[in-house]
Ligand binder design. Structure first.
Ligand SMILES: Cc1ncc(C[n+]2csc(CCOP(=O)(O)OP(=O)(O)O)c2C)c(N)n1
Ligand SMILES: [Mg+2]
Length: 333
């Protein structure tokens, strides 16, 4: 099926985005791409250490899915969460400074790459334990239902979470208690160096929804508009009917699992094949098709470039947290 045929056969309850919305999705995806490229460069220069898991190649998933939300809704994600944090409205300055271990970072430089967090934006992390945050998403959704605040929780995790007990516990409770949560499995075909077929007996992750009697969906994630439309349906179900959905979005990371991955478990040809479906290039293509002037697209690209350069400079020049303050944020007085 061609991309156009696929688009034609897809549901249309969510209105097609206008040119300004398409431009905003492209801007966000490009900013995330440039931010992570800058982070990779800084890591190579040893400006910071620890873990760094890049999202490059998957941008349309976070941007499209979060475009389906209201600002008050909750988002919770894994250690590959820079994109989700940015799309939830956290600044590139707060994110980059956090990775650089600076006081101006969103977690005062004490959390780092895997622990981005901003309560004011209802972005609840950043979790390093595979699958460990899935029951937490059931918890925030329970809180929303209990309080009647009308919020939806979006929970992102990888294919590696699905065989974990915590995944099944979280989804089972969400189903039983009819919680307003959307579980999004970003199936990038690998958990570290382990291909899907070695970790899951059923390749179609969305089928796990059948066991719990909840709605499911499954589609490819390179088109930001498709992601927004399909996730919007699940968000509506959560908000209007207080029912959970499990969505599997097939995607691919272009880089290694983390910075220390030599990538010996997959071929160069496979990676190149997936790069032809680059979500950022596709987002630009959508703008061309919407007849946006080339100079206006270039203006977005220039603005993004300037934003990221300024954010890196800001992070470079920011101070580290004073030694005496370290415990202030670790223990409650
Ligand atoms: C409970 C647990 N087991 C093992 C690990 C080590 N680990 C870190 S990432 C990862 C792979 C997870 O893959 P996936 O869920 O597919 O996400 P992806 O990295 O592909 O985005 C593993 C096994 C961990 N962090 N937590
Ligand atoms: Mg994976």
């Amino acid at each position: 099926m061609s991309a156009t045929e696929r688009e034609a056969s897809e549901p249309r309850e969510t209105p097609r985005p206008d040119k300004a919305q398409l431009a905003e999705y492209f801007r966000q995806m490009l900013a995330i791409r440039r931010m992570e490229e800058a982070l990779a460069k800084a890591y190579a220069l040893r400006k910071f250490g620890g873990f760094l898991h890049l999202y490059i190649g998957q941008e349309a998933v976070a941007v499209g899915a979060l475009a389906a939300l209201k600002p008050d809704d909750y988002v919770i994600a894994t250690y590959r969460e820079h994109a989700h944090a940015y799309a939830k409205g956290m600044s590139s300055k707060a994110i980059i400074a956090e990775l650089f271990g600076k006081e101006t970072g969103c977690s005062k430089g004490l959390g780092g790459s895997m622990h981005l967090f901003d309560a004011s934006k209802n972005f609840l992390g950043g979790y390093g334990i595979v699958g460990g945050h899935i029951p937490l998403a059931a918890g925030t959704a329970f809180a929303s239902k209990y309080r009647g605040d009308g919020r939806v929780t979006l929970c992102f995790f990888g294919d590696g979470s699905v065989p974990q007990g915590a995944f099944h516990e979280g989804v089972a409770l969400a189903a039983l208690w009819r919680l307003p949560v959307v579980f999004i499995c970003e199936n990038n075909l690998y958990s570290m160096g382990t291909p899907l077929y070695r970790s899951l007996s059923v390749a179609d992750v969305s089928q796990k929804a059948l066991a719990y009697g909840i709605a499911r969906d499954r589609f490819d994630g390179e088109d930001v508009v498709r992601v927004r439309e399909r996730v919007s349906e699940a968000v509506r179900r959560a908000r209007n009917e207080s029912l959970p959905t499990l969505i599997e979005i097939r995607t691919y990371r272009f880089r290694g699992h983390s910075m220390s991955d030599a990538g010996l478990y997959r071929t160069k040809e496979e990676v190149e094949e997936w790069k032809k479906r680059d979500p950022v290039s596709y987002g630009r293509e959508l703008l061309v098709r919407a007849k946006m002037d080339e100079k206006d697209i270039v203006a977005i690209e220039d603005k993004v470039q300037a934003e990221i350069e300024e954010a890196v400079k800001f992070a470079d020049e920011s101070p580290e947290l004073a030694y005496e303050k370290l415990a202030e944020f670790t223990y409650k007085e």
